[in-house]
Design a protein around this ligand. Structure first.
Ligand code: SF4
Length: 226
């Protein structure tokens, strides 16, 4: 495995954004919608999560006060497209209660909390794991926290910058240690990774059409055929 060089990650991002264009994440009208979307998209595609978000909006329920006070069964009926809807309804209701009770339902109040303390507080909520919490921190609170998902692990282990089976924390450190803490960069870098993982670096990778297979002739993916 090659040692990760700070410049490599920047070059990879540059090649991805040139190939795919800016991804303009997160697709939401408000920070609270982003927070709810981050919970709804757990373990499912964004397409289905977006249908659940739209259903909440159509019912006039995309409101933290209403969700905090709602019956979990009523929320569950609105988010059926998101699968695991009973669990997610409880998670959304609990999260909304904390958002209202501790952060006055104000994203600026939440964002003003020190990043590590806020991360710990949200991780303490049942059903909110690191990927969900970091998504909320980056995309709703604009904290410079790199979001890691299965695509990130797959692509960067194939590339040779991570050991196979690297943990969430190990993967996150690769980016935190080698990139400036830049919210805009972290926002679009994660979105580019998802785009690459969905369309090119799939389980069976399409290396012949990969924009990062070789960059400037010297930076090469270790997982691609010669
Ligand atoms: S070259 Fe192939 S293995 Fe490497 S990142 Fe691209 S698609 Fe994935």
């Amino acid at each position: 495995m090659m040692a990760p060089l700070a410049g490599d990650l920047s070059l990879i991002y540059g090649a991805l954004s040139t190939a795919f264009g800016h991804q303009h994440w997160w697709p939401a009208k408000t920070p609270f919608e982003t927070m709810v979307g981050a919970i709804l998209t757990q373990n499912i595609s964004w397409t289905n999560a977006a249908r659940a978000v739209a259903s909440l909006e159509d019912a006039g329920m995309l409101d933290p006060h209403l969700l905090a006070a709602a019956d979990a069964g009523d929320i569950a009926r609105l988010i059926v497209p998101s699968r695991f809807y009973n669990q997610k309804a409880e998670r959304i209701r609990t999260f909304a209660g904390v958002y209202v009770g501790e952060f006055r339902a104000d994203p600026a109040v939440m964002a003003a909390m020190e990043t590590d303390a806020l991360r710990e507080r949200l991780l303490a909520l049942r059903g909110l794991g690191k990927e969900t919490v970091d998504t909320i921190l980056l995309y709703a609170c604009r904290k410079p926290v790199f979001v890691v998902d299965a695509y990130t692990r797959r692509i960067f282990s194939r590339y040779g910058l991570l050991p196979e089976g690297a943990s969430y924390d190990r993967t996150q450190r690769l980016f935190a240690d080698n990139l400036a803490p830049d919210v805009e960069l972290f926002n679009d870098y994660h979105a580019q990774i998802v785009r690459l993982g969905k369309t090119v670096c799939k389980k069976s990778p399409l290396c012949d059409r990969c924009p990062v297979r070789v960059i400037h002739g010297s930076l090469r993916c270790a997982g691609a055929p010669e």
